[in-house]
Design a binder for this molecule. Structure first.
Ligand code: GAP
Length: 450
């Protein structure tokens, strides 16, 4: 589903992200690595804020979800048990003429490399091969010998680290079902058709939570998490009319899923509504398979009721990079400014996500203004990320901060040095308040929700 009423801002965003140090192409000086991206100084703060917000809401604020950080490399049998060795494949076709490689099930979304107005196979000269299955897992070797017995995989999802540690975590924390395990970590997929900036990449981060429940109560918990996760996206400012659910039906359902909904965000332009998070009822598929393949009992003992069972799992799985892209797309605006000829580009990021919370300016570089402004910046920096800027016109400095989403700009002027007050300008309303420097931290923290 790609229909969208939102404008396409992707090209502008890619350029802004590079220019201002949010996101760079990996190994750019060597011509770049296909669909791998590096986060620059502002990007790393933005993504970290997003991951921290997820961790806080999923782990810190709950007593029924605990955290985990499992390794990327796992025993190769894990991926046989999980079904990824046999089934984590996409059908691939090659074109012998243009040398393009396409997903056979997504040909309608692809373009012929020689005739971009046509789909692969549509132009006369196209010579498509028969589809063949291509496994998306990256392989490598453990130890010095490159032989098949030493093959290991870079994990294609973080979830399996949680399943294989289910009993370790349950027994060490004495959690009782229902409870969840959450983790944030890298995952790798050798995608055939990656693209759209950081939307689909070969190396990315997932924020996943597996909630273990008694069979029979699974659909109730599924509905609960479906609703909680939608509220989380809204709480970070994603516009409600750009979010909806998409239900998986029939062949869309993954091999492990009893029920599945995606939360989709409208990325605008031709991309339109696309998945940012999956909520799945995985039943006892994973624990059952790991029990079978490892020959280790993974049953939970329900002491009060004196019964053993394999819990069912409700999974919430969201991409940190894809959510970062959604936050950027959602925040990007080009506006005219009343009374000014030049418009502005603004990232109206939620304050929790903004990489810099406040910028402090000295109106001019004289009369004690820089000294006072630097002291204010240093004091505030103890509490949240702050930028200091004394170069260029005040208008230009505002524009620079608007473009990277800084919620507040604080200006020290001639009056400040005499009466100890400063001007605080709000990024979104453009309203300016005069605030005592001694009250500044409280004023900003209240508005930033710190
Ligand atoms: N454990 C379940 C699982 O991995 P998924 O729907 O394949 O489910 C979950 O992935 C989320 O991970 C997606 O909603 C998306 O946000 C993110 N994701 C998946 N593949 C990605 C890729 N190639 N690049 C960026 N993010 C990706």
């Amino acid at each position: 589903m790609a229909a969208s009423t939102q404008p396409d801002v992707m090209d502008k965003l890619v350029s802004l992200c590079k220019r201002r140090g949010f996101i760079f192409q990996s190994s750019e000086i060597y011509g770049g690595t296909g669909s791998v991206w590096d986060y620059g100084p502002l990007g790393v703060e933005l993504k970290k804020n997003l991951k921290d917000a997820w961790w806080r809401s999923m782990v810190r604020l709950r007593d029924d979800v605990v955290g985990l950080d499992a390794a990327i490399l796992m025993h190769p049998r894990v991926w046989e048990a999980s079904g990824h060795v046999a089934g984590f494949t996409d059908p691939l076709v090659d074109c012998k003429t243009c040398k393009g490689r396409f997903r056979a099930d997504k040909l309608e979304d692809a373009r012929c490399l020689q005739k971009p107005s046509k789909r692969p196979g549509e132009a006369e000269q196209c010579q498509l091969t028969e589809p063949r299955l291509f496994n998306l897992m990256f392989k490598t070797f453990m130890g010095p010998v490159e032989e098949s017995a030493a093959t290991v995989y870079l994990r294609p999802e973080t979830a399996q680290g949680i399943f294989v540690n289910f009993l370790n975590v349950q027994q060490s924390t004495r959690q009782k079902v229902p409870f969840g395990i959450a983790q944030i970590g890298k995952a790798f997929r050798n995608e055939i058709t990656p693209g759209n900036f950081i939307f689909r990449t070969r190396e990315f981060e997932q924020m996943e939570m597996q909630f273990f429940v008694e069979p029979g109560s699974d659909m109730e918990w599924f509905e609960y998490w479906k609703s909680e996760r939608m509220k989380w996206h809204q709480s970070l400012g994603l516009a409600s009319d750009r979010l909806h659910y998409h239900q998986h039906e029939g062949s869309e359902l993954a091999h492990y899923a009893r029920a599945a909904f995606d939360i989709e965000f409208d990325f605008g332009g031709s991309l339109g509504f696309q998945e940012i998070e999956g909520i799945h009822n995985r039943g006892d598929f994973d624990l059952g398979r790991h029990q079978e393949y490892s020959s280790k009992k993974l049953e939970y003992f329900d002491q009060p009721n004196n019964k053993r069972y394999l819990p069912y799992v409700i999974e919430t799985s969201v991409g940190a990079d894809r959510s970062t892209l959604a936050a950027l797309v959602n925040a990007y605006r080009e506006e005219s400014v009343p009374g000014e000829e030049e418009g502005r580009t603004v990232l109206a990021l939620h304050p929790t996500l903004a990489p810099v919370k406040a910028a402090v300016f000295a109106l001019t570089k004289k009369d004690g203004m820089p000294e006072m402004a630097r002291k204010i910046a240093a004091d505030l920096r103890q509490h949240f990320p702050v930028d200091y800027d004394e170069t260029g016109s005040i208008g230009k400095r505002y524009r620079r901060q608007d473009e990277v989403g800084t919620p507040f700009c604080v200006t020290v002027d001639g009056e400040s040095v005499n009466d100890g007050t400063v001007t605080v300008r709000d990024r979104d309303t453009l309203k300016q308040d005069r605030v005592a420097a001694t009250a500044l931290r409280g004023y900003l923290e209240e508005r930033l929700g710190e």
